[in-house]
Design a binder for this molecule. Structure first.
Ligand code: ATP
Ligand code: MG
Length: 754
């Protein structure tokens, strides 16, 4: 026994306790925000360990790497070093591990590269060039989105081609996509994209899941191995799994294997489906745009026979006021099971509201208020978070924080690993580990500049294409490439030799990843080029590169047998929220992040900003009931991040697409019962809005009495709430065309702008 099991449940409520102790094959813990789902999941794992179940037979899936690290830490504290033997990771990390070990069965050798979004866009651009696709009309982003949809639904490129009756063969040249046929275009792109990924021994993020499923379905011995290894599977945030992840869980659980459950199973090696515990809240499903399917959690009881559902009802995070606001907002969504959620923490502070004239003023007020509660109420900066719907909103907030001299950290935005110089350095490392990685080899061919321009790259590429070799292999045969001048062959052979030397250096068993990083920076010339530059931005690039080396050194310290491939893996898998400092670090800074990134986290003081129609809910969502429902769930997630005090702010004018637009208050503000909000400033920009409304008389023909407008409070309470929301729902009068930035943009010019 690793620890006293009773100590694991003594501070839990009866439902939580029941969930921790439940002895059975399938368990769903469904509950509202802050009810201790994640805590119970962690305790349940510890409980099993304390009762002699094997750590090595446990697989726990979390939504971010940060959540995984936190869970591992907690479990180590609860049960000791035994925690090391468990797999606690995201879906993606778990799949990387599986594919590194067994991917060869489906043609992936273990050094495969993982392409991030920027790499993928590059690849799509290359293909678009070859297929004469107009990238203005069909942007790489759009095409990648479609490919991603296919993968999240486990639709193969072969199926996709078939479904549009297209006989394209990957690698085929001179193919003409029928003009204007988007479906065919997507199918052809998908096929070619997968082909080039395979040629490069590379995968993208969605592939990690899809190809692992493929591996399990094609290789029974492999799926059997993992099925027998992982007898206990745990999934947090189950409401955000997509179809591919759902099938992966099913495969792992062996529920379809036909084996009978063994009620006495203990440890690995026995047959029968694994135990599965999933945890989630359908009201917090916010990743539909990545294919998350809310039905996965709704149908759990049908999917897993004899499943037990335990609902948690006590919230331990927030005050009653915050919970009331959250419950009132989410109650507007249709087709949901109403949930009871209560707290013993008392009523607490009122929600604080503020309506600013514009985004700058909104940000300024927030910075002021943060300084005030820090100075007057002794609130620590690390206990404060500012949240927003879209990354672009962070700029004015950041400026205000800088002006007010307040410490803050931004989560997301231009991330460290997406910076140009970091990507360049990583591309070198990637090319060393996997020379077949065409995208990365081509990326560094002329970085730093060595006289290998577009022409040289094109010559090598067409040779590779014609001879079915990788780009780097073509370089090795450069003397056979026609049309190559000595001005090209000289730097090209220097490049080739350098890559060979770097690879030889990295191969040496004693070489640590950080040493390879140092060697690449020195030998490649990227560091030198930046150091010679007089551009101040390049100086910070040098700092970033030195930080990369520190990251590698840190990785070595935390990882026994650290390899270069292993290092690249961790860099490829860092998600937004992973840039947050861990629990024990005292960041002493205000945290700024998008609402999506905030999932699962909690802060005593939370500012929900940009509460405007068109900002939040997002413009796109306002015409579409299901998207609006998703935005409302996002609002629910945001509100429930707050423990002690919630702030809601909005701006009456915000720049959208470079144009100042008048913004109406978010309908979510109106859905919060009025008595819960203490408005520090309730109205803003009313005069101006009234002016533009009067100009647009026709569009608001239904509201013929101007005096009504005058008396209307835009804070959202003095006219009937139901009127407001129902006219939104109906969508005609309040539709985008009469409401959106375009008509306001026009109106604005009539009164001269802000
Ligand atoms: P979310 O839906 O946001 O992911 P959750 O249901 O996973 O929330 P947790 O994060 O596990 O909730 O718990 C919320 C907070 O309540 C945490 O600070 C946790 O430590 C605390 N908590 C949960 N259960 C208890 C309990 N029985 N006693 C005291 N505190 C608790
Ligand atoms: Mg949680």
């Amino acid at each position: 026994v690793l620890c006293d099991p009773q100590s694991l449940i003594k501070d839990l409520n009866p439902q939580q306790m029941e969930a921790v102790k439940y002895y059975g094959q399938a368990l769903l813990i469904g509950a509202g925000a802050g009810s201790g789902k994640t805590r119970v999941l962690t305790r349940r794992i510890a409980w099993l360990l304390a009762h002699g179940f094997w750590a090595s037979s446990i697989l726990a899936i979390t939504f971010t790497n940060k959540a995984a690290a936190e869970m591992r830490e907690r479990l180590a504290a609860l049960v000791g070093p035994e925690a090391e033997h468990m797999w606690i990771s995201t879906f993606h990390s778990a799949c990387v591990r599986i594919l590194r070990r067994d991917g060869k069965e489906i043609g992936l050798t273990s050094g495969f590269s993982i392409y991030d979004t920027a790499d993928c866009e590059r690849l799509v651009k290359l293909i678009s060039g070859d297929l004469n696709i107009d990238t203005k009309r069909y942007t790489p982003r759009m095409l990648l989105g479609k490919i991603s949809d296919c993968k999240n639904s486990l639709i193969s490129w072969q199926d996709q081609l078939k479904s549009v009756n297209c006989d394209y063969k990957p690698g085929q040249r001179g193919y003409q996509v029928s003009a204007g046929d988007v479906d065919e275009l997507v199918a052809v792109m998908y096929a070619e994209y997968q082909y080039r990924l395979a040629m490069a021994n590379a995968v993208d993020f969605d592939d990690l899941i899809m190809r692992t499923v493929e591996l399990f379905q094609r290789c029974p011995q492999v799926s059997e191995y993992y099925r027998h290894k992982f007898r206990y599977i745990f999934v947090d945030e189950y409401q955000d799994t997509n179809h591919a992840q759902y099938v992966l869980v099913r495969e792992l659980s062996g529920i379809d294997s036909g084996e009978q459950p063994d009620p006495h199973m203990r440890g690995a090696g026995r047959v029968g489906p694994s135990w599965i515990t999933v945890v989630g809240d359908s009201d917090q499903s916010i990743y539909a745009f990545r294919g998350a399917d809310i039905r996965n959690i709704q149908d759990f009881e049908q999917d897993f026979p004899n499943a037990k559902t335990i609902m948690l009802e006590q919230n331990y995070r927030s005050t009653q006021t915050i919970l009331d606001a959250a419950n009132a907002v989410i109650a507007r969504n249709e087709n949901r099971k109403p949930k009871k959620l209560w707290t013993a923490l008392g009523e607490g502070d009122k929600i604080v509201g503020y309506a600013a004239d514009n985004a700058q003023q909104e940000a300024g007020w927030i910075a002021n208020e943060i300084a005030r509660i820090h100075n007057e109420e002794g609130v620590a900066y690390r206990d404060i978070a500012i949240m927003y719907r879209a990354n672009a909103q962070s700029r004015s907030l950041e400026e205000a924080m800088i002006n007010a001299n307040l410490p803050y950290q931004l989560v997301g935005g231009t991330k460290f690993y997406e910076r140009r110089e970091i990507k360049d350095a990583l591309a070198y490392l990637q090319a060393i580990v996997n020379p077949a990685d065409n995208v990365n080899v081509r990326r560094i061919l002329n970085v730093p500049k060595r006289g290998l321009g577009v022409r040289a790259e094109g010559l090598v590429a067409s040779y590779a294409d014609a001879h079915g070799t990788t780009f780097f292999e073509a370089i090795e045969h450069m003397e056979q490439i026609e049309g190559m001048s000595t001005r090209t062959t000289k730097p090209l052979s220097a490049f080739r030799d350098m890559m060979h030397e770097l690879a030889a250096f990295a191969k040496d068993h004693d070489t640590k990843p950080s040493e390879v990083v140092a060697e690449v920076l020195a030998k490649s010339g990227i560091l030198e080029e930046l150091q010679r530059s007089e551009d101040p931005q390049d100086a910070s690039r040098v700092d970033n590169l030195s930080q990369l080396q520190s990251v590698a050194a840190e990785f070595e310290q935390n990882t026994p047998d650290a390899t270069l491939a292993g290092f690249l893996e961790t860099t490829a898998l860092v998600a937004d929220s992973d840039q947050l400092p861990g629990e024990n670090e005292d960041s002493g800074k205000v945290t700024m992040m998008t609402l999506h990134t905030a999932k699962g986290l909690e802060y005593p003081y939370v500012f929900l900003t940009g509460m405007e129609q068109g900002t939040f809910p997002h413009q796109r969502a306002m015409e579409d009931t299901s998207e609006l429902a998703e935005e409302r769930r996002l609002a629910y997630v945001g509100i429930t991040r707050a423990k002690r005090r919630l702030y809601v702010t909005r701006a009456a004018v915000r720049a959208q697409w470079g144009q100042a637009s008048d913004m109406m208050p978010s309908q979510f503000l109106d859905e919060i019962p009025d008595e819960l909000i203490d408005w520090k400033r309730r109205e803003a920009g009313v005069e101006r809005m009234r002016a533009s409304w009067q100009d647009d008389d026709d569009e608001f023909g239904g509201w013929d009495d101007d005096d009504d407008f005058g008396s209307m409070s835009f804070g959202g309470s003095s006219y009937g709430k139901s009127d407001y929301s129902s006219s939104y729902g109906s969508g005609s009068r309040w539709s985008r065309s009469s409401y959106g930035s375009s008509s306001y943009g026009a109106g604005r010019s009539q009164y001269g702008g802000p």
